[in-house]
Design a binder for this molecule. Structure first.
Ligand code: HEM
Length: 159
């Protein structure tokens, strides 16, 4: 009798596990975006407050997103901005990848040599991705500063 109970319990557990795996599989699928190239609205957001970062004017609000079998790669477009009397552009950026930081690749530069586009992996479909930005500005310590990339997924459109 005990053995029979054990067997029934084991079968029940196996069925429950299968249902669970099935559910998460469907969820993962419905969350993933079809292969293709898309446009999406982005903003530089403060790391610790729900408002735009002072760096936001240096970012073009339309980014490009390439999706290939669930793997997402984003390209953002940047340009110099003025703050007070000084002009500066984003020079280096690191993007959170779920475990650590990935250095964004500079994929184009303007005539003065400032980066004008950065490319990097998007580790998941989330609204706020932590980033670290360094515009090489003396007043800011010429170092990486914490911010977030805000992705407005509701604006995603085929490019
Ligand atoms: C144009 C010349 C710039 C000057 C003089 C400047 C100066 C400053 C100063 C004084 C702060 C600390 C106080 C504050 O929040 O206002 C700050 C914060 C910050 N700056 Fe800049 N900055 C410049 C450009 C940039 C650029 C181009 C970026 C990146 C693309 C950037 C990214 C940040 C970030 C992430 C913070 C932390 C606070 C926040 O996100 O608003 N800055 N900057």
């Amino acid at each position: 009798m005990k053995n029979k109970m054990k067997k029934v319990l084991a079968i029940l557990m196996a069925v429950m596990t299968m249902v669970l795996i099935g559910c998460t599989g469907v969820m993962a699928k419905s969350q993933s975006i079809k292969n293709g190239t898309y446009k999406v609205t982005v903003n530089f957001w403060k790391a610790d407050q729900n408002k735009a970062s002072m760096s936001n004017p240096s970012l073009n609000k339309t980014a490009k997103l390439r999706v290939n079998n669930g793997k997402m790669t984003m390209t953002i477009y940047t340009h110099p901005m003025t703050y007070g009397k000084q002009s500066a552009a984003l020079q280096e950026m690191k993007v959170y990848n779920g475990k650590g930081w990935t250095q964004a690749r500079v994929v184009s530069r303007d005539k003065k040599g400032n980066p004008s586009a950065f490319s990097f992996p998007v580790y998941k479909k989330t609204t706020y991705i932590p980033i670290q930005v360094n515009p090489h500005v003396k007043q800011m310590g010429n170092t990486y500063l914490d911010a977030r990339l805000k992705i407005s997924w509701d604006t995603l459109k085929k490019a």
